[in-house]
Design a protein around this ligand. Sequence first.
Ligand code: ZN
Length: 372
Amino acid sequence: MTGLLALFAFVIGAVIGSFLNVVIYRLPAGLSVVWPRSRCPHCGHTLTPLELVPILSWVAQRGRCRNCQAPIAIRYPLVEALTGVLFAAAALLRPEFPGLLLIWGFIALLIALAFIDLDTYELPWGLNYGGLALGLLGARLLGYPQPFSQALDGALIGAGFLAMINAFGVLLMLRGRNNAWTPPWGYPQINLAAAVGSWLGPAAGLVAGFLNVAFNLRSPKPFRIPDALALGLAVLGPLVALLIPGWGLTPLSSLRAWLLSAGGLALAGGIYWWVQEWRHPSAQTDDGDEVVAMGFGDVILMGFLGAWLGVANLGVALLLAVVAGAVIGLVVRRMTGENKIPFGPYLALGGLVAFFFGQDLIAWYLGYIGAR
Ligand SMILES: [Zn+2]
């Protein structure tokens, strides 16, 4: 029975993987992913239903177009096989419905994001926010894979944490000087929310950040507070909570409020810029002179993963991503001399492993250090 379910899941996965190949190829190019039917990129021959059978058609045609004999990249059947294997693994590990359908969506989105990031160094807004929305919706409607409050916490803290890694990284790179930004909404507003949140709690942090954005939308002279001041204040928050009795926040709740506030401004800001790009496709809403240590797509991807994993498992995912990125990135650099390494694929990999095995890894680690 389980074998049959796994086989069924593999076939579904391979078919979805075939569609993911189309998404990975067409979405960054701004093409429709549903129309027209797939063609050979070399001769334009429209693929027949038989030539669309995942994996097998590639094997049967020995990796060549049946019409013009041009080679078809082995990546296509590999993506199909990968999706099939992961769908089957999910069916074996989490066989309950309708949760399994949600998890298949989670896996499909991560595969598309990982390969698009490899190809283009971009993580499309739609896939990132689609994953975030699916995670929050599943939590809200089904309590799956975790309660809604934990999903929301994970999303905000995840995005906030990676935004802060970038903010502090850039502050170091610029030796405390202000970074460039594009009004009305950027890191200065995220950092302001972080500072106020760290001192006064998440509600105050979010209000301060959104007020700054609202002011910038109406005023011809956008307002920002200096990066070094905002981030310095944010760091002092937990210390104040520690040193002043009866402050109202503990050091931990101050840290939590700091990340929640930063994450709220980051995730909402991404939606703002996504809408801007959609309304003015030709306009330059790009970073300009802004220095970045970590792309904004990675920040949103952390929010997406947090909504599915919760804070603890997200920590495991990030750790795995950093280790895998360092090891594989070093090998890739040796082999290809490529210096620019996308982080998205490693985050996706860490997120998948931590989603299924995060609790086991935490338990194993606690046992290993003798905490249990
Ligand atoms: Zn052809």
